[in-house]
Design a protein around this ligand. Structure first.
Ligand code: FES
Length: 124
């Protein structure tokens, strides 16, 4: 019984964890949002009504309209780009750069608290 309560308490604590992220719009405006651990950055941004993340495919890795630029200081903290994401990054409307990622493939976790990404000028 005690173990169940302890596990439930830990789960509740994790559910309440909020991971702050800053999105920098093309005009320099900064928008602070937050997401839950395990949630994609794309889902957190769409849920917050961020203008600039279209995410037409809903995260199925078939649209490349959730493109973001991740700074060199944050890139090492993200998992490596997988083949499917790599292929889609060649189809972004705003040309791919070294820090290009698809936000539907960035899974938020406490180690990413404070992540800053720049939004492209366009997703189309
Ligand atoms: S939401 Fe479509 S590729 Fe990310």
């Amino acid at each position: 019984m005690y173990r169940f309560r302890q596990t439930r308490a830990v789960s509740t604590m994790r559910a309440n964890v909020s991971i702050p992220v800053v999105l920098v719009h093309p005009d320099g405006r900064e928008q602070a949002i937050s997401g839950r651990p395990g949630q994609s950055l794309m889902k957190a941004a769409v849920g917050a009504g961020v203008d600039g993340i279209a995410a037409d495919c809903g995260g199925t890795l078939t649209c490349a309209t959730c493109h973001v630029f991740v700074g060199a200081d944050w890139l090492p903290r993200l998992p490596a780009v997988q083949a499917d994401e790599d292929a889609m990054l060649d189809m972004t409307a705003d040309p791919r750069r070294p820090g290009s990622r698809l936000s539907c493939q960035i899974v938020l976790q406490p180690a990413l608290a404070g992540l800053r990404v720049v939004l492209p000028a366009t997703q189309y």
